[in-house]
Design a protein around this ligand. Structure first.
Ligand code: KG4
Ligand code: ZN
Length: 341
């Protein structure tokens, strides 16, 4: 095994996570989630999540180091998500990471969580080919990115103008009576339904008039259209065909994500598409991307599930990239940025 050893720490939302990565090898990966505590509120409650991070931080980091058979003195650097995310949650992870770096006299990198979702794919698929595109989809973000140099330069090709794809699923799921997070429930029911049963708009297929590039997404109208349709059926006393609603919604969202990702690959002459974020667990999206990828000669790299959802390995992997690229560590007083672009 060779390469820098980095301890990665993640606390942007409801997962407290720590991991040790050396070079391109995942040595340990510990994730504690406070999801169960939020489920009954129908969404993540920032105050509860922050408290959970404060409780889980030391146990998580200790376990990640113990599983790696290491102590803090063995790592070359510490990396921590500095944004985007919930401010209170970020503050816990960043303060903790700074304390560790100070006590052990190690360099620290405050990293962008979304870029971590891209970096982590190296653990499964190896280095990035030139002109890689990345589609990052979760409850908080939907972005199409051009990866020129993961340590130094990433361009935003497209982003959501309103709701993220996962958020849209979670909101419709709520209307259908599924607990939070509803995305996986929609996925399961969609597998039993007819994707063409209900006409669900794809949302911003061409891009807005006057927009510079047609790669942005919009899922708020999709959610509203489905909500209206459900209301109409209820007003008429009709039973809601849950499986068909889920299948039609999933087909619409997967189709537009896949269409724009392929359009981006053509534009950037990219033969590789990286997919990440919690929503990339979605069966309909995975199937659609593999299908259109094969049609367009694009290799679609969707990592295993434990690397898709929020974890410390994504942070550690990006930390390794920064160390390898000779990027200077963050100043000890670096700030969190909950709206980091
Ligand atoms: O990346 P993630 O774990 O957390 C952030 O939002 O950053 O993503 C969680 C999101 C939620 O909206 C959840 O409903 C959605 O991903 N999700 C899914 C599936 N698994 C998770 N959505 C659709 N189908 C799934 N199988
Ligand atoms: Zn994430």
């Amino acid at each position: 095994m060779s390469g820098p050893i980095v301890l990665g720490i993640e606390s942007t939302c409801d997962e407290t996570a720590a991991s040790v990565v050396q070079g391109r090898t995942l040595i340990s990966n510990v994730v504690a989630s406070s999801m169960d505590e939020h489920a009954r509120y129908g969404g993540v409650i920032p105050e509860i999540a922050s408290r959970a991070h404060a409780e889980a931080f030391v146990p998580c980091v200790s376990k990640a180091l113990a599983d790696a058979n290491m102590t803090l003195s063995d790592v070359d650097a510490i990396a921590v998500s500095a944004g985007p995310g919930l401010a209170g949650c970020l503050a816990v992870g960043v303060s903790g990471a700074k304390s560790l770096a100070w006590a052990a006299n190690k360099p620290i990198y405050g990293i962008n969580h979304v870029i971590g979702h891209i970096a982590v794919t190296q653990l499964q698929f190896g280095p990035f080919p030139e002109d890689t595109l990345a589609l990052i989809v979760s409850g908080g973000h939907t972005s199409l990115l051009h990866v020129e140099d993961v340590a130094r330069h990433i361009d935003v090709v497209g982003t959501t103008l309103d709701d993220a794809a996962g958020e849209c699923f979670d909101k419709v799921a709520r209307l259908l009576g599924f607990p939070y997070p509803g995305g996986p429930h929609i996925d399961r029911h969609a597998q039993l339904g007819d994707p063409h049963a209900i006409k669900v708009p794809q949302g911003l297929t061409q891009g807005k008039a006057g927009q510079q590039h047609p790669y942005d997404f919009s899922f708020s109208g999709v959610k509203t259209a489905v909500a209206r349709w459900i209301e109409e059926q209820q007003a008429q006393g009709n039973e809601i065909p849950v499986d068909d609603v889920c299948a039609s919604l999933a087909d619409s969202v997967a189709t537009v994500l896949a269409k724009k990702a392929m359009r981006g690959c053509e534009q950037y002459d990219s033969k590789t598409l990286i997919v990440g974020g919690g929503f990339s667990a979605n069966s309909q999206l995975r199937a659609k991307l593999l299908e259109v990828g094969a049609e367009h000669g694009v290799e679609v790299r969707v990592p295993q599930l434990k690397l898709c959802t929020d974890n410390g390995a994504m942070v550690a992997m990006l930390g390794v990239n920064l160390v390898e690229a000779g990027v200077a560590p963050s100043n000890p007083d670096f700030a969190i940025d909950s709206a980091m672009p």
